[in-house]
Design a protein around this ligand. Structure first.
Ligand SMILES: [Zn+2]
Length: 390
């Protein structure tokens, strides 16, 4: 299943090829800088002339700068290329209780990060968000802000810019995009959080050899982002990937979507907290991060609650495995903090019912710094320039 595929041979016959090649070159410069054109051609397998024309364009757009001149044997002196650190991106990760606003460079390195509460009133929330972004903009000095990437705990309509489905946010069909774009004068890109995490995996985790992967975000709800045959799956009305709202038990607890017994009411952070409360842990203001800490510190009921949640996560993933047969499932969420403990529980559940002829996916936690969703917002802006996935 994880056989070595020719890494950069997906170049096809459409204009998308150029975008793919641009991403490959930019990513090579990003990860290996300083690097010469000759090395770019050698590592990418692309024609020297193709590399040169892409590099010229990247330099013209100021994504890439000339660095030092190298010294090689026999008198050759190649010019090394490096990424322009002065191009920055604002990333906004909106979650039902808390919003994170960060500034990062095109390398996905975070320069600053701020936390805001997420108010129930969307107008109040957007006003606070604009204040925060404008203050970041004032502090940017000479750096050029390329755009704003926003990840949402739900779906929005690209036609109207309005939220269409965000059952855990309760903002109604509000337009977040227009006021932020107007107030900042910047391009604003929005995407479902799980989809943004797929983009981050493609951009920053260098999964070029993996064309079928699924990201499962586990937080207040459960989201999934689907990369199938190297493309992000959007579906009708961009609603694809709502596995979290597939009912697993019609008699189960009521879900935010109005249905009963959806996967997320059994396997989200909220489910973990509910299991803990049901076992006698009464505190209503306990966060999931607190629950994890308690489990780590030896609270048996807390560990059992999270364990139950992990079993449900794994059981629900069987839908994804049976339906899409991904090579990889990347899990994003607080739970990954204690992956050594709960990862194997999820994995065992997934493997329990692999179909004859099927192959269990590689199950991996997202980058352990807890910034997978934020990295997604940065990738969102980057991919608009190098639109490889659409
Ligand atoms: Zn639901």
């Amino acid at each position: 299943m994880h056989a070595n595929k020719p890494k950069h041979s997906q170049a096809a016959s459409t204009e998308v090829v150029r975008d793919i090649n641009r991403r490959i070159i930019l990513n090579l410069i990003r990860t290996r800088h300083p690097i010469s054109r000759a090395d770019l051609a050698r590592v990418s397998g692309l024609q020297r002339s193709t590399v040169s024309s892409i590099v010229e364009q990247l330099i013209e757009e100021r994504w890439v700068l000339y660095g030092a001149t190298g010294r090689l044997p026999r008198g050759r002196r190649p010019t090394f290329l490096r990424l322009n650190d002065e191009r920055v991106i604002v990333g906004v990760d909106i979650r039902p209780t808390q919003t994170t606003v960060a500034l990062a460079d095109a390398n996905g390195r975070f320069i600053s990060q701020e936390l805001l509460p997420t108010p129930g009133d969307p107008e109040v929330a957007v006003t606070a968000l604009i204040d925060c972004i404008q203050s970041i903009m004032r502090g940017c000095g000479e750096k050029k802000i390329e755009g704003i990437g926003i990840s949402l705990p739900g779906r929005f309509s690209a036609a109207s810019d309005r939220l269409v489905f965000a059952p855990n946010l309760h903002w109604g069909d509000f337009d977040i995009h227009t006021p932020i774009a107007k107030a900042t004068g910047l391009k604003v890109e929005m995407e479902n959080a799980a989809n943004a995490c797929v983009l981050a995996a493609v951009w920053f985790d260098l999964v070029d050899d993996c064309h079928d992967l699924v990201v499962v975000t586990v937080s207040e709800g459960i989201g999934t982002g689907l990369l199938v045959n190297g493309r992000l799956v959007q579906g009708m009305n961009a609603m694809a990937g709502e596995f979290g709202h597939v009912p697993l038990d019609p008699e189960g607890p009521v879900c935010g979507c109005g249905s009963r017994g959806c996967w997320e009411v059994f396997a989200s952070n909220r489910a973990g907290l509910r299991y803990y409360r049901e076992a006698g842990g009464q505190e209503s203001d306990l966060t999931f991060a607190d629950l994890l800490t308690r489990a780590d510190e030896g609270d048996v009921a807390a560990a059992q609650a999270i364990d139950k949640m992990a079993h449900s996560l794994g059981r629900g993933m069987r839908m994804i495995v049976a339906g899409l047969a991904p090579e990889r499932i990347i899990v994003v969420g607080d739970l990954t903090r204690s992956w050594h403990r709960y990862g194997p529980v999820i994995e065992t559940e997934v493997q329990r019912q692999v179909l004859p002829g099927g192959c269990p996916p590689l199950l991996v936690p997202a980058h352990e710094d807890g910034r997978a969703r934020l990295r997604g917002t940065i990738a969102l802006v980057l991919q608009k320039h190098y639109g490889v996935l659409e």
